[in-house]
Design a protein around this ligand. Sequence first.
Ligand code: ATP
Length: 360
Amino acid sequence: MTIVTFDHVVKRFRQKQGELSRVVTALDGVSIKIPEGDVLGVLGPSGCGKTTFLRMVAGLDTPDSGQILFDNVDLNTIPTRERGVGMVFQEGALMPHWEGWRTVGFFLSLRKRQEEVPERVRRVAEITGIGLEKLLDRKPSQLSGGERQRVGIARALARDPRVFLFDEPFSSLDAKIRAQARVELKRLLYEFPVTSIYVTHDQVEAVALAQHIAVMRAGKIEQIGTYQQLYNSPVNLFVAGFIGTPLINEFQGRVADGHWYGKNFGGYPIRHDLPAEAEVTMGIRPEYIHVADEGVPAIVDQVTPFFAERFQLVDVHQNKEKWAFKVALDEQIPVGSTVHCILDPEGLLFFDTKTGQRIG
Ligand code: ATP
C-alpha cells in the first residue's frame, strides 16, 4: 500500500473567453498526506478542484509547482507504467497507464488459461458476484451502467493497484443500484485495502465509504478529518455550512461584555479576548434547538417529516431571522403556530463574521 503526499501543489489553467484569456487556479497550494490504506473522500462545490486533484495523482496533469510523492518517491520520477493507478470515473473504468489493449490483454490472456487465474482475481469476482466470465470478457458495451461500473472496479482491483481513484463513480446510477454498489465497494476495499481517493458531491456516500474527508473550496483544502470531526468541530463557516444536512443555522450578532447577542437569541458567554462590538456569527445545528414552555417565540413556516431518520424538521421565523430545528415524528406542530425555542449551549459554535474562521 502506498502513502500519497501532496506538498504545496499548485495547478493553473489558462481559459479562453472570446478574445481574452484568464488564468484559473485549480489547486492553490494543496498539502496533504494520505496514509496507506486510507480511503479519503473529497467533497466540495463544483469547480473547487476535486477532479484536478485526482488527475494529478493519476499523473494525467503535472503540477506547476510543488511535489507529489508516492511513498517517498517523486511521482515524476516513476515511469507512468509503474505507477499502478486504478481509476473509475462516472462513465466507467479507466486505467490511464495501462493502455486499453494491455488491460484487456491481461484479462484475455487469463481467459485462455482459466486454470491459472490468480486467486486474487477469483476472489474479486466472487465478492462482487459479477462472475469471472464478465470480469475476463472484453465487451463492456453489453453491460448495463451499474454492471459496467462494477466490472470496472473489479478489474482495477484485480490488477492490484497501488492507488485507487474514484470520480463520482456511481453518480449516474439510480438510488437502489447506487446503494448496492456502495456496499459492495466497501466490502472490496475492506478485503483488498488500497489507498484510495473518492471524489463525490454526495455526503452520504462520502460518510459511507471514506475514513477521512477533505473539504475543498477554490483550490484549497479547508479541513481534513473524520465526518464527526468536520460536523462537530468545523474550522470555519464554509465547512460548517457545507457538512451536515439539514443545514446548520447561522445567526448574525455582536459581542458585548464577553457575551454574544443576536436579534432574537443572546447572552451566551464567548471568548474574553474579543473586542466589544466584534461581529460574530453563531452557528447551531438543528438538533441543538429545543421547544420549551419559555424561550424565544417563533412562528412555524413549514414542518417536513424525515421518516427514515425519525424526525420532523420545523422551519420558523422571527424578527427577520429564520432557523430550523428537529422534533420527534409524533410531535404535533401546526404551521402558523407560535413555538418557544431555547438553544443547547453544547451546540454553540462561534465564527468571526468577516473571516469566517471559527473562534469558539
Ligand atoms: P466538478 O465538481 O464540477 O466536477 P471540480 O471540483 O472537479 O468540479 P475541477 O474540474 O478540478 O473542479 O476544476 C477546477 C477549476 O479548474 C475549474 O474552474 C475548471 O474550470 C478549471 N479547469 C479544470 N480543468 C481545466 C482545463 N483542462 N482547462 C482549463 N480549465 C480547467
